[in-house]
Design a protein around this ligand. Structure first.
Ligand code: SF4
Length: 275
């Protein structure tokens, strides 16, 4: 499907582009994962310009060579990236991912060490009362609902799965608080099973900016991504996009001047463009 590379709004925005900015020391410090901005710019410079993209011309954003170039730049920018949620086993990752709904991984990582110290196994958490669980996870928000979910998930793990986190999406989504996203996180990050592509708020936003989907519903976005991303890249692709969305392609003012995907990107949200 051929589409316009830049909308009218995008071209207007491009007219107000700012030159590349040097990262401040504070920003560099915050960029804890991924290569430094200078190397990201070098990676961007080494990529083909959006697979033959030229402003005003039409291209197929799903052309295999363009998708391959995006994957290549992401892999170089975030080598060996892993899930940011602290965990030591599949049970802990399942609980941490349930708790991560509507909050940051940093916030979850503050709460889970004590939670897992108090309740280190599915059996222990299943036997805990809500009054015991709630204060431990209060900082993650929606703590009453989340306490019920993680207690319920632990009970289902004990009663239906012998205390072992299952290895299929169909079984995982039987746990309270677990939908496809959480199932994909656990299966991918712990079991190394490519069950799908994790679509969180960052993956959704970036997939749209990179024109890999036009959908807004996470399930439909995942369906689109599965069609164009090779299966052996599903797990890492999610991690890479999540980190890129946190550090560079942020929601309000994406840092396009420091983005290793810049030459491949035609988003109307761009704040700087080289092409
Ligand atoms: S919008 Fe900017 S930061 Fe986001 S992918 Fe495109 S060029 Fe990179």
């Amino acid at each position: 499907m051929a589409i316009k590379t830049k909308s009218v709004a995008g071209r207007k925005k491009a007219a107000a582009l700012t030159p590349p900015q040097k990262l401040s020391a504070g920003k560099l410090k915050a960029a804890v994962v991924g290569v430094p901005a200078a190397k990201a710019r070098a990676i961007a410079a080494s990529e083909p310009v959006a697979g033959k993209v030229k402003r005003g011309k039409t291209v197929n954003p799903l052309a295999p060579e363009r998708v391959a170039a995006i994957l290549d730049a992401l892999r170089k920018t975030y080598p060996n990236v892993v899930c940011a949620l602290l965990h030591k086993n599949a049970f802990e990752l399942t609980i941490a991912t349930i708790l991560s709904a509507q909050t940051t991984d940093v916030g979850v990582n503050k709460a889970t060490p004590e939670l897992f110290r108090m309740f280190p196994t599915p059996r222990a958490l299943a036997a805990a009362s809500l009054a015991e669980i709630e204060p431990l996870i209060k900082t993650t928000g929606f703590y009453r609902a989340k306490a019920k979910n993680i207690q319920g998930a632990a009970r289902v793990l004990v009663e239906q799965f012998g205390g072992v986190v299952p290895k299929t999406v169909e079984e995982m989504i039987q746990l309270p608080g677990v939908a496809r996203k959480t199932a994909n996180v656990v299966l991918g990050s712990w079991y190394d099973i490519a069950s799908g592509v994790v679509v969180d708020t960052h993956v959704l936003r970036l997939s749209r900016r990179l024109e890999l989907t036009q959908q807004t519903d996470p399930v439909k976005v995942e369906r689109d991504l599965i069609k164009v991303i090779p299966r052996d890249r599903w797990i890492q692709f999610s991690h890479e996009l999540i980190h890129h969305g946190r550090q560079v392609c942020v929601a309000r003012t994406p840092r396009c001047a420091d983005c290793s995907l810049e030459r491949l990107c035609n988003s109307a949200d761009k704040t700087w463009s080289s092409h």
